[in-house]
Design a protein around this ligand. Structure first.
Ligand code: GLU
Length: 433
């Protein structure tokens, strides 16, 4: 673990050789400190915003299909409710920790602020490998976890959504459990619901689509053409597979993709429809006949112009940043790049579209879904996608301007904008009581 001075007062250390040992919340606070220094943020606001407002941990039993009972740990963390209700996904993964959920909650605050949504940030997670559970067990786990966090969620309080290994069906169970307990249907309690329960058109593709809108803007301002840019995507889940498909629709050869079991590479471009069929059949992209198998580490260093990390956090660090060949890195995942790697990439002229901007399409369309639920008035997919494009384009311009104004990379620029906005809420609202 690296000592970063007083995390509440700043002076973050950029070059951190043992950064992999740091927990994720330490990384999130380091990023915050760098931006707070640039902004000259007041000391008391640094202390407020470098903490999470509420951290809930629950342990709860689930009856398994064989009649045994297992106890799971779950979390729901709210970083800041200054702008309004809090928003953020729920993930099911064996490596979930409270530190990870706190970092993800803090990033949600900044993400919502970067694109101007009226939300603070939150996140939830259950420490479980859902791939080892049956659908029935996942349903039981979801309903009991919902019951445990129920007092702290609601359409005006905190609104969950899908994240790693959760999907519209899981959201439907959360909505149903919450609704049964209060005695009436509350579609606005979660987003990312199935369409027939009041989900939004375009929500399931929104993270990948927003990421590609961000790439389009970056390519335009850097004079790159997408059709002559090769793309590599680490993570072939909800965000990554959609981003890959949309890049291919822009005629960008997608030369490599991967999932949790490994990756594949074909320098001439992959046929993504055939890759998807292979993955459905075998459970993984690896072993695809028309490509060479590679590892999840190798895919990051593949020859390409656009790299989309769309898997988990902590992938690009000071250990591999100097070997990355891409010109643009678009972070569809949350937290894939460490602060040490950010500095190396910036010095090498690699343009990073940071997670709190590049993957904000998901929560933006979640916001649209929430508005549609509150008004009971659905929008068309074209309206959703056009409004999403507009928000991504405007946010890109303002983050780029901030980066030029302060001479900082896009992550710090996005954080500067977000922190400034949230700090203003605090200055104006004052400290209660
Ligand atoms: N889990 C997604 C994210 O990290 C979406 C959150 C939401 O829609 O509330 O941005």
């Amino acid at each position: 673990m690296v000592v970063i001075g007083d995390a509440h007062r700043g002076t973050a250390v950029l070059d951190r050789p043992d950064e992999l040992d740091d927990d994720l919340f330490t990384v999130a606070v380091q990023q915050f400190d760098i931006a707070a220094d640039v902004l000259g943020l007041e000391d008391y606001l640094r202390r407020i915003l470098s903490h999470c407002q509420r951290e809930l941990t629950v342990h709860f039993p689930v009856e398994m299909d064989d009649g045994s009972v297992q106890v799971f740990a779950g979390h729901r963390v709210r970083h800041s409710s200054l702008p309004g209700p809090t928003k953020g996904g729920i993930r099911y993964h064996q490596s979930v920790t409270i530190s990870e959920v706190k970092a993800l909650a803090m990033w949600m605050t900044w993400k919502c602020a970067v694109v101007g949504l009226p939300y603070g940030g939150a996140k939830g997670g259950v420490q479980v490998n859902p791939k080892l559970l049956s659908q029935n067990e996942i349903q039981n786990l979801t309903r009991r976890y919902t019951a445990e966090i129920q007092p702290f969620i609601g359409p005006n309080i905190d609104i969950p959504a899908p994240d790693v290994n959760t999907n519209p069906q899981v959201m439907a169970w959360i909505m149903d459990t919450y609704s049964m307990n209060v005695g009436y249907s509350v579609p606005g309690v979660v987003t990312g619901k199935p369409l027939e329960l009041g989900g939004s058109a375009g929500r399931s593709e929104a993270t990948g689509r927003g990421c590609v809108f961000a790439i389009e803007e970056a390519a335009k301002s850097r004079g790159m053409s997408l059709s002559s840019s090769r793309t590599a995507v680490q993570g072939f889940g909800n965000a990554g597979s959609v981003a890959a498909k949309l890049m291919a629709e822009h005629d960008s050869p997608v030369v490599a993709v991967s999932d949790s079991r490994g990756g594949i590479h074909n320098p001439n471009g992959l046929d993504l429809d055939r890759v998807a069929i292979h993955k459905r059949r075998t459970g993984s992209v690896s072993g695809f006949r028309e490509a060479e198998d590679i590892t999840n580490e190798e895919i990051l260093e593949i020859d390409c112009e656009i790299l989309i990390p769309a898997a988990l956090e902590g992938q690009i660090t000071s250990r591999n940043a100097s070997r990355i060949k891409a010109q643009i890195i678009a972070e569809a995942a949350n937290g894939p790049t460490s602060p040490g790697a950010d500095t190396i990439l910036f010095d090498r002229g690699i343009f990073v579209l940071p997670d709190i901007f590049a993957n904000a399409g998901g929560v933006t369309v979640s916001y649209f879904e929430w508005v549609q639920a509150l008004q009971a008035f659905p929008w068309s997919e074209e309206q959703v996608n056009e409004r999403l494009r507009d928000i991504m384009q405007r946010s890109y311009v303002s983050v780029l301007e901030t980066s030029r104004k302060y001479g900082v990379h896009m992550r710090t620029a996005a954080l500067v904008r977000a922190i400034d906005r949230i700090a203003d809420f605090s200055r104006t609202r004052g400290i209660y009581p």
